[in-house]
Write a protein that binds this ligand. Sequence first.
Ligand code: ZN
Length: 192
Amino acid sequence: MRKVRTLFGKSYEEFTDAIERFHGWKAPGVVIGGLMVDLAQEHIGPGVEADAIVETIHCLPDAVQIFTPCTYGNGWMKVVDWDKFALTLYDKKTLEGVRVWLDLEKTRRFPDVYNWYMRLVSKAQIPLDVLLKSIEEAGRGMLSSAPVQVIRHQGKLKKGRIEICSRCGEAYPASQGDACLACRGKGYYERI
Ligand code: ZN
């Protein structure tokens, strides 16, 4: 079976070590995500300023953040919560890019990966090192890609006018109304 070549100039082990440093552990989802980013970057080519759109909040955003300049905070990566294992890198000027996804049909050839992704086996049934080995063997063989034109979720989110909340004195976006969301009972916390 074909082994993956170097990834971002790293051996597979260095590649998974980089993931562990950022993500806390060698999560299979981030490892597959790294393979996806590598494939997408190859299609995009060097010298293109690429933004990213990621289709799940799980694992995949970290692969983009580790291996591209795009982060959640700098606005070059958008994340939509569709729970699909797919991402797009695109030229921020032309909005043309490539979407890469975990192709379930192809993944069937790699039962460990398939069973893990479809949640057919528990973590105890498939040790992490076995799964990581299967992912290495599968490499791009479990991925598909297609050229796309981005039509939504691109570009910077505009920042609006800032107001000072009359109740808590904290700054908040004026678009939220006459007090901040927290003071209007819509916050995620209660003071204790
Ligand atoms: Zn307030």
